[in-house]
Every structure is written in C-alpha cells, then in structure tokens.
Write a protein that binds this ligand. Structure first.
Ligand code: FO1
Length: 321
C-alpha cells in the first residue's frame, strides 16, 4: 500500500520545466512524480503531430535531449531537413532525423484513434522514462498570440518570427471545451505541487486555462510552490521577460509571483533577487531564496532537493495555520 501524500505533481512547459523535472526525477521514486505538460504549443507540421513540450520533457528524462538547444534529441542528424530544403519544402521548424521518428509514431497512433496521453505513455516507456509524463489534456488546445502583426499560431510567432512581433494578448483556442488529464482533475495523495520555471504566459497559463484546473489547484490543501523563471529581470531562457513587459507586468520575479498569487503558497527566488523577498511575502507567499540557475545536472538535483525541502517545510506551517 503506497504511503498517502507521497506524490509530487509538477507543471511544466519546455526546456526550463524539463530541467527541474529531471532534478525531481533523480530525487524521488518514479511512482512519486507526475509531470503534467503544456500541449498548447502543439501543432501539425509537414503532416505530422508535433508536441514540443512533451518531447522536451520526455527526451530530458530519458537522458537523450540535445544539450545545446534543450529541445530535440542529442547526436541528431539533419538529412531529411536538408533534403526537404532541396525540394523547396518548409524548413523553418527544424525536425531532426531521430526526432522525426517520434512524430511519425505519434501521428500514426493518433490517427489510429489513440489518445495523446496513451501515445505519450508508450513513447516514454520505450525511451526508458520511469515517472509519469502526462499531457495537460487529450483535447487539442492551441496558443494564439495576438501581436502588432496580427494573430499568430504559437510556433509561427516563437520559431519562425523569433518572438519578434510585440505581444498584445494570448489566448488558448480549444481550452474552454478541453477536459483536463485526471492527474490535474483529481490529483490524489499529493505531497506538493511544483510549478516549474517555465514561461508563465505560454507554458503554465494554458494548463491553468483548462476548465477546472485553476479551481482544483486553488482548493488544494497541500503546499504549492513555484520556481522563478526570471532571474535579475531576465528570463533564464526564452521570451518570458519580453512578454512580462509587453503584457504590462513588472519585469521581475515579483511580476511572476504576482501573476501566481492565490495559486501558490511558496516561491523559490534566486539569490540575485533576494531584495524582492519582502514584496513577495507581502502577497501572502512564503519565499525561499536559493540558487535557481540549472547549468548542470548537479544544479538540477540541488534545486529539486531545495524545492522538496521547501514543500515539506510549508506543509508543517500549513498544518498549523
Ligand atoms: N525551437 C526553435 O527555436 N527552433 C526550431 O527549429 C525548433 C524545432 C523543434 C523541433 C521539435 C521540438 O520538439 C521542438 C522544437 N523547438 C524548436 C522548440 C520548441 O518549439 C519551443 O521551445 C517550445 O514550443 C517552447 O516551449
């Protein structure tokens, strides 16, 4: 019989989320970790179903992620992309030869009627991932970025246009009718919820936009913590800082903490930003100051251990409140 309250539910997007997930996977027994992943970056490209964040988390946990980019597979070759270019096909979204195998298998299984969560479980199992990686939903949800150049599909904005068009608003088409994955709808036996250092607006917000998820998290009586994706006013990776500014938020870890206020009990803040701790605590959020930069596997394990210690420390203060 598993011990109650032993599971960690981590919410993750792409590269930053995957790094902390790897640290958590090293610190926890496989059955004690569920990583719920954003799928609003998913799209159909060259006739294939691509799930970038699921694959980033899966490849990272399998130890086969490309260490330079964080996405895609290590030891990749690009023969198919080169041949596609020669034939005049689109090459702005780089699909490596080995990575293509994942998209081919996923596309065939989805077309045969399998659910994304099933296909993800099968792929992860084949790649030797032990913990659960689940899509936020099996239903299609797509991020649309409203910009000064009009509405853009997420990967058009992010990859093809290098996040350059200024962001006015973001919406998640399909979210309103999507059903959350059971791990998000009815989380059981939780020791804590960890919001990974992913982009709040395009990685975490889509998960919260699935009906019922925000309410469920708000109602959880277990420690809920977020790890800052912003250090010294800059995103560790990607456009989070640019988006904070363009969407009218404070470009700092405080801006992120304000965005998560009401959802989290604790915030892991980088040492660089220690001076922001009182302002974050004034929001009713406890702060743990630590090193949040994950440059190598030791950093990932250390940050995961600090995150779990913080969760357990908050559990005793929640019990006494
Ligand atoms: N990101 C890029 O910046 N350029 C690419 O060509 C690219 C290809 C790609 C292929 C497969 C995959 O799973 C991810 C890929 N990404 C690429 C990353 C990805 O689209 C974004 O990092 C995420 O959607 C944001 O989390």
């Amino acid at each position: 019989m598993p011990h109650p309250s032993t599971r960690i539910l981590a919410l993750a997007g792409g590269v930053g989320g995957a790094k902390l997930a790897l640290g958590l996977a090293a610190a926890l027994p496989a059955e004690a970790l569920t990583v719920a992943v954003n799928t609003a970056d998913d799209f159909e490209h060259l006739g294939l179903s691509i799930s970038p964040d699921l694959d980033t988390v899966m490849y990272t946990l399998a130890g086969i992620a490309n260490p330079e980019t964080g996405w895609g597979r290590r030891d990749e070759t690009w023969a198919v992309m080169d041949a596609l270019g020669q034939l005049g096909a689109e090459t702005w979204f780089r699909l490596g030869d080995r990575d293509l195998a994942t998209h081919i298998v996923r596309t065939r299984r989805l077309r045969a009627g399998a659910r994304l969560s099933e296909v993800t479980r099968e792929l992860a199992q084949r790649l030797g991932v032990k913990c659960a990686i689940v899509p936020m939903t099996d239903d299609p949800v797509r991020t649309i970025v409203s910009t000064d150049q009009g509405d853009l599909a997420f990967q058009d904005w992010f990859v093809r246009l290098h996040c350059e068009p200024a962001v006015r608003a973001i919406r998640f088409a399909g979210a309103e009718t999507a059903t959350p994955h059971p791990a998000l709808r009815e989380p059981r036996d939780l020791r804590g919820l960890v919001v990974c250092p992913s982009n709040p607006f395009v990685s975490v917000a889509p998960i919260l936009a699935i009906p019922g998820v925000r309410n469920t998290i708000e109602g959880l009586r277990i420690p809920r913590v977020a790890v800052t994706p912003i250090v010294g006013g800059q995103a560790i990776k990607g456009p989070a800082a640019k988006m904070l500014a363009e969407l009218g938020h404070d470009v700092s870890a405080l801006g992120v903490a304000r965005y998560y206020a009401g959802l989290i009990d604790g915030f892991l803040l980088d040492r660089t930003d220690a001076a922001l701790a009182p302002a974050i605590e004034a929001l009713g959020i406890k702060v743990q100051v630590t090193d949040t930069m994950m440059r190598n596997d030791l950093d990932k394990r250390r940050l995961a251990a600090t995150t779990l210690e913080f969760v357990d420390a908050l559990a005793s203060s929640l019990r006494h409140s």
